[in-house]
Design a protein. Structure first.
Length: 437
């Protein structure tokens, strides 16, 4: 098929609600490690990795060789029959998850992982209500959309599923209390208690949050935040669910899971995306007594599929063998310095935030008023694309550039990305000009 045919058929045969980046769609053709090529043969340095999913490089041969071998051996048998691939993966996950988490339920997506986590928290605690955070993202099912605190991704709902309330989020750059991080007393953490006291029955099933809010624009809480929240959640009978869909598997540097950066031991971890380096997978992992509280039987036809399981295990092994969590920290810090130097130079950048190889730039028209700059954000992405760099977008206001390159990138890749971003920032219309258009 030609590129134009693909674009035409995409429009004709897929739901129009499917989001595609860029005014001229980027039709992907093939990819290798940190690079992706489009149908015209243009090569891109991929700093978004299929939405925070390519952990160890596109089509990494150390993962794909195992996937290919497994396809030839056994592709599918369903959860009805144990297989070596799924138990090897579950055993590995038990070894690296924090605390006493040691049992896994596999599904196909982050959405399902979060559905499962909330279901099981309700069964274990006997409570119903769940506290989520504003600006969070939990998935696209009806309940996951209800957990989501981001209007853009709740549009299709006539009503939310019951029993879900939202606390203010730790968005320091736009503090919901109008305070400064040094003098705020972490008021946002206390809001979790206020929300429980005022909008629930007083006993909750769970609190669910992403250690760093991904879709929300890599919003990174202050270091005290999750410990305070954890204690509140326990006080009101809830389980702490850490949604590691974006922050898991070494992405934040040095640790396997984002929540470990805040020294909190969650009751349940959910994940997807980067776990299998691009193969569809969902994971809900917890302690045996919680897993054992599931009433009745559960089935997920594709959950724990041997091919996916082999991909996930190979991805985790590679991260471990090549010490990619260390690389994420070292190269992540180097990347952060580069981004801060861009901030020194370009007024459009209001905030630089993130951790490890999960870094973001928030664009504003004016640093004093913090007026959001969504058009400039889109334009910046186009300018990066035309220079051979792919970056992502996010944030409630569509004004945050999200970057999540593979964990095995080198400093030279960062140098190239920073150079392109510097040029792209210079090319983006300046705020004063923007106002006149
Ligand atoms: N949780 C988080 C934090 C996510 O970022 C996403 C996907 N963006 C999901 C859940 C849902 O995952 P999926 O798209 O695989 O259903």
């Amino acid at each position: 098929m030609t590129k134009d045919e693909i674009i035409r058929k995409h429009k004709q045969y897929l739901f129009p609600s499917i989001t595609t980046y860029f005014s001229e769609p980027l039709v992907t053709d093939h990819a290798s490690m940190q690079y992706l090529w489009d149908a015209d043969g243009n090569k891109y340095l991929d700093f978004f990795g299929g939405i925070v999913t390519i952990s160890v490089g596109h089509t990494n041969p150390r993962v794909t060789s195992k996937v290919k071998a497994q396809i030839d051996k056994l592709q599918h048998a369903s959860t009805l029959f144990p297989n070596e691939a799924v138990v090897a993966l579950a055993e590995k996950i038990a070894q690296i998850t924090p605390g006493e988490i040691s049992q896994s339920f596999f599904s196909n997506s982050g959405t399902e992982a979060n559905e499962t986590a909330v279901q099981i928290a309700r069964m274990y605690t006997g409570n119903f209500e769940v506290v989520a955070l504003r600006h969070g993202y939990s998935g696209r099912s009806q309940m996951a959309q209800s957990l989501t605190g981001h209007g853009t991704w709740r549009k299709s709902l006539p009503v939310s599923t019951p029993g879900i309330v939202h606390a203010l989020n730790p968005y320091c750059y736009r503090c919901p209390f109008g305070m400064k991080p040094t003098e705020c007393g972490i008021e946002c953490a206390k809001d979790v208690e206020a929300v429980i006291q005022t909008t629930t029955s007083g006993q909750i099933a769970a609190f669910i949050a992403e250690p760093i809010q991904g879709v929300g624009g890599f919003i990174t809480p202050p270091k005290e935040y999750f410990k305070i929240v954890f204690n509140i959640v326990k006080q009101y009978g809830g389980l702490f669910i850490s949604d590691e869909v974006q922050t898991g598997w070494g992405r934040t540097g040095k640790k396997w899971f984002g929540i470990e950066q805040w020294e909190v031991y969650p009751d349940i971890i959910t994940s997807a995306k980067g776990l299998a380096n691009g193969m569809p997978v969902g994971l809900t992992a917890t302690r045996p007594e919680i897993a054992g509280s599931f009433k009745g039987l559960q089935i997920s036809t594709f959950g724990g599929n041997p091919v996916t399981s082999v991909a996930a295990k190979a991805t985790i092994d590679l991260i471990e063998e090549d010490r990619l969590m260390d690389n994420a920290e070292v190269v992540g810090n180097y990347f952060r310095q580069g981004l801060q130097s861009l901030q020194d130079k370009h007024d459009l950048i209001g905030d630089v935030r993130g951790m490890g190889l999960m870094q973001a730039l928030e664009f504003v028209k004016d640093r004093k008023t913090k007026e959001v700059a969504p058009q400039e954000t889109t334009q910046f992405m186009e300018e990066c694309r035309s220079r051979g760099l792919l970056v992502g977008k996010g944030g409630l206001y569509g004004n945050v550039i999200r970057m999540s390159p593979p964990l095995n990138i080198a400093k030279s890749d960062v140098d190239e990305a920073i150079k392109i971003m510097d040029e792209a920032l210079s090319a983006v219309r300046q705020p004063a000009v923007a106002a006149t258009r």
